[in-house]
Design a protein around this ligand. Structure first.
Ligand code: SF4
Length: 227
């Protein structure tokens, strides 16, 4: 990297950021396929996203498959008891809280939204326990609307690369919305999540095989002896 690298440590701006983001998206598109969840069914995407909180993808897959095998529709889930759902969603962890939450969400969708998942952030945020990350996931993965869901992977990688310098996922979302061209928004979460699971892992990131090492502020710091 040349003299411009140090700028990344303090948050990329302007043309520099756009070039970096182009490079990031280009590399990640070559590495990963975009995934489709729950056939883009908005209700199932929403419930799956709630199940996915604080667990790994494979646990979410098992919990969602078991749940929808026995309770395939919104009406089925809305009329279930937490005790009926808990054993099915147990693989996702926090199953006491999550069972109650998905029942409450389903009941509210029935009562307030005519059984239809809304496709607007403001309305999604009215659902119990639904925050910005979950709402953004629904917009992207169910409705293919441009949004940037910021989970732990997106937050960590954006900071490591030096695209942002933020302390919370909420700050990262605002910064990325400012920096990333809208054409990339739908892909960004999925590509960074896969990258975070395989290369830029939370612990022991695989710098040696990373295609972004040359533009990564964190890695440049390590090379300079300032980890
Ligand atoms: S060089 Fe290392 S820290 Fe930087 S993006 Fe790649 S894996 Fe992550």
């Amino acid at each position: 990297m040349g003299g411009s690298e140090s700028s990344f440590k303090h948050g990329a701006t302007g043309e520099l950021a756009i070039n970096t983001i182009d490079q990031v998206m280009h590399s990640l598109r070559e590495l990963y396929q975009l995934r489709v969840f729950e056939n883009q069914d908005p209700y199932r995407v929403l419930i799956r996203t709630i199940l996915s909180q604080r667990t790994r993808d494979e646990n979410t897959d098992r919990a969602a498959a078991q749940l929808f095998a026995e309770y395939p529709t919104l009406d089925d889930v809305a009329s279930a008891s937490p005790e009926e759902l808990e054993p099915l969603i147990r693989p996702a962890g926090f199953y006491h809280v999550k069972s109650r939450r998905i029942i409450a969400v389903s009941q509210m969708l029935q009562e307030e939204f005519g059984g239809v998942v809304p496709d607007k952030m403001k309305e999604l945020l009215l659902l119990p326990g639904v925050g910005r990350k979950t709402a953004n996931c629904v917009l992207v993965y169910a409705f293919q609307k441009p949004a940037i869901p910021v989970d732990v992977h997106v937050h960590r990688i954006s900071n490591r690369l030096g695209l942002v310098e933020t302390r919370t996922p909420e700050e990262t979302e605002l910064e990325l919305e400012r920096l990333v061209p809208r054409e990339y928004w739908i892909e960004l979460n999925d590509l960074l999540v896969q990258f975070g699971q395989t290369i830029c892992r939370p612990v022991n990131p695989r710098h040696e095989i990373c295609p972004l090492a040359d533009i990564c502020a964190c890695y440049q710091d390590i090379l300079e002896g300032n980890p």
